[in-house]
Design a binder for this molecule. Structure first.
Ligand code: PFF
Length: 463
């Protein structure tokens, strides 16, 4: 861990106290209290449902080893440079994402329309926040389910004792049918998220990362070691790391690129926003490498955590969100101490989801605070209310509103309800477009038109 001291990359601030909580209101801007706080918060943003739900599901659906290998290739060759570019823009601008891009474009004498790049990211972050918190609500439901189960099944036995296989299989579909319950859980998850965002960067967002990320890592390692001894670990290694190049189709490659952007939180202005709270003396190349390494390690360890449990129970390793919310609870039933492991597992997923939802909410909050010159707490609450409303609509799109396909007239989004459309529009359009334009902007437009600036150390040392 990097030393925590005032001189280790903490953003210089001229004041302490309440003024900081309100962002720019008093002319002072809140920021990370140290470089390690930034690293933990950025890892917290990157490590989330994408690593624990999406990565194993995508690997399962896309042929295992071939997908994993190409994914690592994408992280190194595309993800890492874009991550560095985003944090660089933020650190240089020391403002919201749109203002940071606008400043860099102005200094580079580039078109002011580049600001739209960050605008797109802010919109994407808001859209992801809406459906992400619905999934966060599902995680809360499973935490409650396993807390109850601990009393029922006891500490040593398997989980969900007394339930038939069909009964366990019905838990998730029954939840998805209940729009009201999902909306309530979504509201709860949004409320927890906004509690931390409203308290500011150093007083809230940083706190949640500094406390929850170490706890997350401890739980992940504990469950993985348990699975390594009790589960199908060798089978998992073969499954995840045997590369069959014939499985590397165009579709698998696209899935891997999309997953890399989602997992590193790229293309939605999230890392621009987090980078804007970093002190100018932080080495961004090294820091970005640590973030990418940690995020990729967690995705791989998540695979090593989930598949041994699933394969040992003789269950299918395929199946999207069902892998976590359907297959795993089933697998916990046949495991010794399954209730404890099930509870630990969903608490761990909840921690990861919260540090990411906080990052997602911070993007539109910091944008709106600057745009409307408002205080942090009311702005965050307004963003949360809007996200909860869109979240409720996406929760109902899985049942009552399932016939409503907002972009159904576009072939790419045909037959998709609100929930799936939000996911697809952001993952297939906004994130890749945003990430690629960011790389073009930093690598070509900004760096080439402004000698003596972003890249050389004149005003911001990036190396
Ligand atoms: N990277 C997060 C995950 O893997 O779940 C999702 C995410 C968080 C995307 C924050 C974008 C973001 F700004």
């Amino acid at each position: 861990m990097v030393a925590m001291s005032g001189a280790d990359g903490a953003k210089p601030r001229d004041g302490q106290g309440d003024g900081q909580r309100d962002g720019q209101r008093d002319g002072q801007r809140d920021g990370w209290s140290s470089r390690s706080a930034f690293i933990l918060a950025a890892i917290g943003s990157a490590v989330g449902l994408g690593n624990l739900v999406r990565f194993p599901a995508e690997a399962g659906a896309n042929g295992g080893g071939a997908f994993v290998l190409f994914y690592i290739f994408c992280i190194l060759l595309i993800g890492l440079p874009v991550l560095l570019s985003e944090t660089l823009i933020g650190r240089h601008g020391q403002s919201s994402a749109t203002e940071s891009v606008r400043r860099m474009a102005a200094e580079s004498k580039a078109s002011k329309y580049w600001e739209g790049l960050a605008g797109l990211g802010v919109a994407a972050a808001f859209m992801i926040l809406a459906f992400y918190c619905v999934i966060g609500g599902w995680v809360l439901y499973y935490v409650g389910l396993f807390v109850g189960d601990l009393f029922n099944s006891g500490v040593t036995g398997g989980a969900l004792q007394g339930m038939t296989a069909d009964g366990i299989k019905a838990i998730f579909p029954v939840l998805l049918e209940n729009g009201l319950l999902m909306t309530g859980l979504d509201l709860l998850f949004v409320a927890i998220t906004v509690y931390f965002v409203a308290r500011g960067v150093s007083g809230g967002i940083e706190i949640v990362a500094v406390w929850l990320m170490p706890a997350f890592f401890a739980l992940l390692l504990g469950i993985t070691i348990y699975g390594a001894f009790g589960g199908a670990f060798t089978e998992t290694l073969t499954y995840l790391f045997t590369v069959d190049f014939s499985k590397l189709t165009g579709g698998v490659m696209l899935a891997a690129v999309g997953q890399a952007f989602f997992s590193l939180s790229l293309g939605v202005a999230g890392m621009i926003t987090y980078g804007s709270y970093v002190g100018r003396d932080v080495n961004l190349a090294g820091t970005s490498a640590i973030i990418a390494f940690a995020d990729t390690s967690v995705a791989l360890i998540a695979g090593l955590c989930i598949f041994p449990i699933v394969l040992a129970a003789g269950l299918s390793s395929e199946g999207g969100l069902g892998l976590m919310f359907d297959t795993l609870p089933h697998a916990f039933q046949s495991m010794p101490a399954g209730s404890v492991i099930g509870l630990a597992f969903f608490v761990m997923v909840g921690f990861a989801a919260l540090t990411s939802s906080v990052a997602l909410m911070e993007v539109p909050t910091s944008w709106a605070m600057e745009k409307f010159k408002t205080r942090r707490a009311p702005t965050a609450i307004a963003v949360a209310a809007l996200a909860a409303a869109l979240g409720a609509a996406s929760a109902y799109s899985l049942n009552t509103l399932s016939g409503f396909h907002p972009l159904g007239f576009i072939p790419l989004f045909e037959g998709q309800g609100i929930f799936d459309t939000l996911d697809a529009v952001t993952a297939k359009l906004f994130m890749p477009i945003g990430a690629i334009l960011t790389a073009v902007f930093v690598g070509w437009i900004a760096a080439c038109t402004n000698s003596g600036c972003f890249w050389c150390g004149g005003c911001a040392r990036w190396y």
